[in-house]
Design a protein around this ligand. Sequence first.
Ligand code: ATP
Length: 295
Amino acid sequence: MKIFNLGSINADFFYRLPHLPQPGETLASVGYDRGLGGKGANQSVACARAGAQIRHIGAIGAEGRWMVERMEEAGVDCSQVVIVREASGHAIIYVDQAGENSIVLHPGANRTIPETALDEALDQAEDGDLMILQNETGLQVEAAQLAAERGLFVIYSAAPFDEAAVRAVLPYVSLLIVNEGEARALCASFGLSLQELPVKQIVVTKGAQGATWHNLETGGLIVMPAFPVTPVDTTGAGDTFAGYLAAALAEGCTRERAMRLASAASALKVTRAGTADAIPTRADVEDFLDNQPKL
Ligand code: ATP
């Protein structure tokens, strides 16, 4: 099965500074780095590294071609990523010597993905393919509705949490993925418990506490503890988890096996610094699993 991802593509610009700048201050950086980021791009790279056939639907500005090249190198089909007049989505990230950060995020092109790119991509979709989406682009409702009408399995990461977006997208969702904070916000918004939310399947990720899959139709529960690792950088753990979970489901894995693969991939990710570039390959994940103590 193919996976379609309506997702953000962001450039992360990191500046290492002696301290975070004060109002009016001009400060020389002592280090600079540039990386591929954005929840959408991260999830596409995770799907590709997991071995899935993944097509990204998105938009960049003309200066953002290097990001598409990075995604293609990882194995993502970017034929439906269009170049628009806006600047590419980007984050300016200041990091001080204590590791404290301050971030300015410009959504840019991610909010102007043309509907034609979505339509053209989904024209290639077949019954049973998967659609994944998050909250960093426009067109989520259109994409979720169109995908559901065409018989696709719709996986929605409701992040960053946006109450209006979640309420509009949820009726078309097959599987909702949230972290604990997003789960709390969603329950508070509906005034319902997790088990009462209007969706069939929910996965809740809980950082070092692992993840749970709640089947709201049957009351079934899968509990997946996190693998014990020494964390170096947890950025992108959630996207690695979501991408690997989608890839495993597309491959026909059981839910238990998909949760195990996603948990192993995200545990490996947190042992590495970086986001998209640090997402492990399927071979690394299988090696990691082979080296776990047998229960
Ligand atoms: P982020 O926004 O940083 O990408 P998130 O809040 O969306 O993360 P988390 O719940 O923090 O997502 O993490 C997703 C999954 O990654 C967890 O369910 C777990 O399997 C794995 N994970 C995260 N942190 C750790 C850790 N310290 N040790 C092992 N696994 C971890």
